[in-house]
Structures are given as structure tokens and as C-alpha cells.
Design a binder for this molecule. Structure first.
Ligand SMILES: NC(=O)c1ccc[n+]([C@@H]2O[C@H](COP(=O)([O-])OP(=O)(O)OC[C@H]3O[C@@H](n4cnc5c(N)ncnc54)[C@H](O)[C@@H]3O)[C@@H](O)[C@H]2O)c1
Length: 402
């Protein structure tokens, strides 16, 4: 037992500790929101799903919406750090424990594995578990965001870069100083060289997703009608230089091309499907690291307020499409578009106007800064309504047992 009061300590958008009670409460709130049309208990017919990146952001939304709404059972994979004597566990550690508890209460068989999804060892562990417990896999959601990937075949480690391609990008950004005051600045990012582009594609492109599907197909675990979706982002012209036209955009283009190749293979192999799911902007640990995205998301919230569609609501829609509750609709590039609320002309015009006039004097009126600050803190379980932060809390929470 190691109960203590946890106070937030941060450097910029990164916090050193996470609050277990806050993380748990957020997962519970997501569950309630996704279960507006709860799934019936399908027993042995319940879809078997694998969610890779299940502890955070869109992957967590996939796991929670899948369990609460689509009635899935299956496996979640993520890479999180355990609590130690000095530090709490990572937020994803506590969110995974909370997700597992909700799955248990709902009577859904769900296992969580902690380790490197890029490794062959993790692919073997997952395949063994599917074989032993479920016999088949119906759905795979791929939602990994990582700075590095070691290729298991060569041992080479690739690092992703967040840079423009072809020329220097100047973008406005939003940071907060030590007193929490907003600071809108312009930053210049030098263009990536060919090697940085290739390395980013090697980390965040479709290679590992394709390896997962091939691995599971090789073990004959893909059910008839198997479907898989990998998460992607397009985003606004305002962030295009650094995002969609930049190194990460090259990786997303590779991911989307991988989807088209996989789709053709799976149709032939098992009547299956592979798509990318293009989702809207959300405050996550990964997205706050991208220059300009914090400002953009704060302004977007300023324009849309509650009209922003949460990750769990977007993923509930994705599950409806993957499980046949509603038809699977793709654009002409084979992508499921859950980002249309963000990219309408009206919304982009309004965000663009605000972006151009954003400065230190105007930002508080243009962006929803309180929402943005709270959203960042909530990534670590802080600023969650209803949690008593003055009370000691148990940090030594066990990873869900297999
Ligand atoms: N945040 C956004 O605005 C946004 C919008 C649209 C699409 N997306 C896409 O969603 C996907 C997930 O991004 P996110 O923002 O939810 O990220 P996130 O940082 O919130 O979550 C990343 C997840 O990946 C897991 N992970 C990282 N490295 C791993 C490894 N080596 N092995 C196993 N698991 C690992 C983490 O544990 C975590 O569960 C990405 O493809 C991203 O491009 C994000």
C-alpha cells in the first residue's frame, strides 16, 4: 500500500505524475457516454477485438466504446510504466486498470498486455492469447502513436520527426509560461531531410499495422469478415505545413496506402476489410507535442464549444460501422471520415480568422484556454470534476491480471 496526496508537477504539457482516481473517473465518464445505446450481451457471438494503443487517446476511446457499446471482448495492448516507490504509474496504467474493471463488471472477457507492440514477441503473445481464449479475431483497431520503432527483423531503431517537407514552416504556437499565462509565439521549423522523412514513415506509417495483420493471418486467426481500422488525421490547412504536408503526413499517406493494399488482400483472404479512420483533432499526449496543434485545438474549441465531437463518440460511430450496425462508409480514398465536423468550410473559416488575429492580448477571447488547460491536465487525471485532490490515494495499482 502506498497512499499519498498527489499534486501536479509539470514541464509544459508534460506532467511527472498521474492521479489514479482522476484517471479512473475519466474512464468511467467515457464508458457512460459510450453506453448511451448499450450493447446486449452476445455471449460466444460477441465480436472479438484487438485494440493496439488501448490506454490513451483514440485507442482508449476504441476500447471503451467497443466494450460499452459494441459488446466486444478481446485484448488491449499498450506501453505503460508501472508505479515505483518514487513515481506514480503513467496515466495509461491507471486508465487500463479502470477499463479492465469496467469490462469485468459488464461481464466482458478482456485482457490487457503491456509491452512493445512493434516487437514480434508481443505479436506472438497476442496470437497465443487469441488462440487460447477466443479462437478467432473479428476486429483490429490500430491506434499507436510513438516516437520510435525498432524493426524486429533488422534491429534498426527509427525515430519520427515533426517537420515540414521542402521548406521551412513558420507557425503560430501556444505555450503556457511558469505562471500558467498563455504565450502565442511564432516558431520556425526547418524542413526534414530524406532520412528523417523515411524514419518517420517507418515509425508512424503502415508497416507495423501490416505486420500485425500478416502475423495473425499467418496463424489463421482472422475470422471470416474480419475488419481492421488504423487511425489517421488530415486536419486543417492552418496546420498543413507541419502536419499533413510534413513528415507525419507522409507517414499518414503511407498508412492510408497500406489500408488500400490490405483491403484488397483481406477481401480475397476472408471477405475482410481494411480502412483508415480519419478522426478529428483531440487533446492527447501525442497531439500536444506537435507545433501549432495546441493553438489550433484551443481555437477550434473556441469556435465549436460543445460541438466538438469527443473521441469516444467518434469511436462509437466507428464501431457501429465495423460491426454492421450501420453501413461502412468510406470516401473515395477508402477512409472512414469521422472528422467532417472539424473540416466544414464554416468552421475552418472561423478558426482561420481567429488564428490570424491570435496574439497574447487577444488569445483569451479567441480560444477556450480553460478548456485546453483542463484537457491537458485531465490527460494525467487532474482537473477532473468530483475528485478530491486533497485526499490521499492509492498509487500502487496492479496491472489487470491475465
Ligand atoms: N490526437 C489527435 O488529434 C488525433 C486525431 C486523429 C487521429 N489521431 C491518431 O490516433 C492515433 C493515436 O494517437 P493519440 O493522439 O490517441 O495518441 P496517445 O498518445 O493518446 O496514445 C498512444 C497510444 O499508443 C500506445 N503506444 C505507444 N507506443 C507503443 C508501443 N511501442 N507499443 C504499444 N503501445 C504503444 C500508448 O501506450 C497509447 O496507448 C494516431 O495514429 C494518431 O495519428 C490522433
Amino acid at each position: 500500500m502506498s497512499e499519498r496526496v498527489i499534486t501536479p508537477r509539470n514541464r509544459g504539457f508534460l506532467f511527472l505524475d498521474a492521479h489514479p482516481a482522476g484517471c479512473t473517473r475519466l474512464v468511467n465518464d467515457m464508458w457512460r457516454s459510450a453506453a448511451a445505446r448499450p450493447a446486449e450481451d452476445l455471449g460466444e457471438d460477441a465480436p472479438v477485438a484487438l485494440v493496439i494503443g488501448s490506454s490513451s487517446g483514440y485507442g482508449l476511446a476504441a476500447a471503451v466504446a467497443g466494450l460499452a457499446r459494441a459488446g466486444i471482448r478481446g485484448i488491449g495492448v499498450s506501453f505503460e510504466k508501472a508505479p515505483t516507490a518514487r513515481r506514480t504509474g503513467t496515466a495509461g496504467w491507471y486508465r487500463t486498470a479502470a477499463t479492465a474493471e469496467l469490462a469485468r463488471e459488464a461481464g466482458r472477457e478482456m485482457y490487457f498486455l503491456n509491452g512493445d507492440a512493434f516487437s514480434d514477441d508481443m505479436k506472438d503473445q497476442v496470437a497465443d492469447l487469441i488462440e487460447k481464449r477466443f479462437g478467432r479475431l473479428d476486429h483490429l483497431i490500430y491506434s499507436v502513436a510513438a516516437p520510435r520503432r525498432t524493426d524486429p527483423e533488422t534491429g534498426v531503431t527509427y525515430a519520427s520527426a515533426l517537420k515540414p517537407i521542402g521548406g521551412t514552416a513558420r507557425t503560430k504556437t501556444l505555450v503556457f509560461d511558469e505562471d500558467g499565462q498563455p504565450d502565442v509565439r511564432e516558431v520556425a521549423t526547418e524542413p526534414a531531410d530524406e532520412d528523417e522523412i523515411a524514419q518517420t514513415v517507418a515509425v508512424m506509417g503502415g508497416t507495423d499495422w501490416e505486420r500485425w495483420v500478416s502475423h495473425l493471418a499467418g496463424r489463421r486467426l482472422l475470422a471470416d469478415g474480419f475488419s481492421t481500422a488504423a487511425l489517421s488525421y488530415i486536419g486543417s490547412p492552418l496546420t498543413a505545413d507541419i502536419y499533413r504536408q510534413g513528415t507525419i503526413g507522409a507517414a499518414k499517406a503511407h498508412l492510408e496506402q497500406t489500408a488500400r493494399t490490405l483491403d484488397a488482400r483481406l477481401r480475397e483472404l476472408c471477405g475482410g476489410r481494411a480502412v483508415t479512420s480519419v478522426n478529428g483533432a483531440a487533446v492527447t499526449q501525442s497531439s500536444t507535442a506537435i507545433p501549432g496543434i495546441a493553438l489550433y485545438t484551443g481555437l477550434l474549441r473556441g469556435v465549436l464549444a460543445d460541438g466538438m465531437v469527443s473521441p469516444v463518440d467518434q469511436l462509437a460511430e466507428l464501431w457501429d460501422q465495423l460491426t454492421g450496425r450501420s453501413p461502412l462508409v468510406t470516401d473515395d480514398e477508402g477512409r472512414v471520415r469521422l472528422d467532417t465536423w472539424e473540416l466544414t468550410g464554416d468552421v475552418q473559416d472561423a478558426v482561420g480568422d481567429r488564428w490570424r488575429s491570435a496574439g497574447n492580448e487577444t488569445i483569451a477571447d479567441l480560444a477556450d484556454l480553460d478548456w485546453f488547460r483542463d484537457s491537458v491536465r485531465r490527460l494525467y487525471g487532474f482537473s477532473v470534476p468530483g475528485v478530491d485532490y486533497a485526499a490521499p490515494v492509492e498509487t500502487d495499482v496492479a496491472w489487470p491480471a491475465l
